[in-house]
Design a binder for this molecule. Structure first.
Ligand SMILES: [Zn+2]
Ligand SMILES: [Zn+2]
Length: 330
């Protein structure tokens, strides 16, 4: 026997099959994609933030790998040619700093985004959507210059706070633990410094109307500058004293000479140190010893864990630790 079909033919081809009673109606309970529920919106925001964090971390990771190649191909030979201190290429701590360059940069960029997203979520509703930010009407080069100046000003405040506030110093001490300073020592940072710096810097950018593109461009430019500031090169560059940050200026920031502690917080614009009374650049001497009195372990993972180590409990021990932190803040 030939089987027959169970569905009757449509009564009218103009009407959809479900309307004629033999096919189930579409699921009308499904919410419209243009008006998601509040929990759906939260899920989307969380997913978008997670994708952004992973993407930024991935791109920063590619950039870090490129920096390793370019650094060893260009900067290491330059340091051999014009060296300030006679360090070996395979100096103590090199492996740890390579790991910092390869992985800490990506973690730090992701941590910065983690800080920026909640700041943006809080601040964006406070802005009038009909009013573009003040900076959005300026030419791109004015935005770039203002962005750079603003980044430096807020960066100065964050850097100074990271020396003067014990909680922040716990993280920043990792950067100051290098006893031999060269271009790759710039990468020795704790990833959560990106989070704290993001909390300082993002509000200023968002309130002025400078977007993530300007923030990202200024960050990359200043990170490249920061690598050059740490280079083990003998150039004194006196004509730039107090105008632009130089290796000499930043080497004093890392030096373990008591008269240089708590000075030279800026990266690119030492004028900020002049204004706030933290500028130190003697004419007749050069920095010789680097590092801090506070013990910081040598390994990469140990350095990531270092800020979370329990502080001594007795008040005498805490006082001794604070004194060491204060001594180290230079
Ligand atoms: Zn510092
Ligand atoms: Zn430094």
């Amino acid at each position: 026997m030939v089987p027959t079909t169970t569905a009757p033919p449509p009564i009218s081809p103009a009407l959809p099959a479900w309307h004629q009673g033999w096919a189930p109606p579409p699921d009308r309970a499904r919410p419209s994609p243009v008006s998601p529920s509040p929990s759906g919106r939260r899920r989307r925001w969380a997913t978008a933030a997670l994708v952004l964090v992973v993407a930024v971390g991935f791109l920063a990771g590619i950039g870090s790998a490129g920096a390793v190649v370019v650094g060893f191909a260009v900067l290491t030979p330059l340091e051999r040619l014009f060296r300030r201190h006679p360090y070996a290429v395979r100096r103590p701590g090199l492996r740890t700093d390579v790991l910092h360059l390869l992985f800490t940069g990506a973690l730090q960029s992701a941590a910065t985004v983690v800080a920026i997203v909640p700041v943006a979520l809080v601040l964006w509703p406070l802005r009038d959507p009909r009013e573009p930010g003040l900076a959005s009407t300026w030419p791109w080069w004015v935005q770039a210059l203002v962005g750079l100046g603003l980044f430096e000003l807020v960066g100065y405040c964050y850097h100074r706070a990271s020396h003067e506030i014990p909680l922040l110093w716990r993280f920043h001490a990792v950067h100051h633990s290098s006893r031999q300073l060269d271009w790759i020592a710039a990468a020795r940072l704790h990833p959560l410094e990106g989070f704290f710096a993001g909390l300082f810097i993002a509000p200023a950018f968002l309130l002025l109307g400078l977007g993530p593109v300007q923030l990202g461009a200024v960050t990359v430019a200043l990170q490249i500058w920061a690598i050059l500031l740490h280079a083990n090169v003998s150039w004194r560059l006196r004509f730039l004293d107090g105008v632009i940050g130089t290796p000499e200026y930043h080497h004093w920031h890392h030096s373990n000479h008591p008269e240089a502690w708590d000075h030279n917080y800026s990266g690119l614009l030492p004028v900020l140190d002049r204004v706030f009374g933290t500028y130190y650049q003697p004419e007749d001497r050069r920095p010789e010893v680097y590092g801090i009195a506070m013990p910081v372990p040598d390994g990469w993972l140990a350095q990531l864990a270092q800020p979370f180590r329990r502080a001594p409990r007795s008040s005498r021990a805490v006082g001794a630790l604070r004194a060491t932190m204060g001594d180290a803040g230079g």
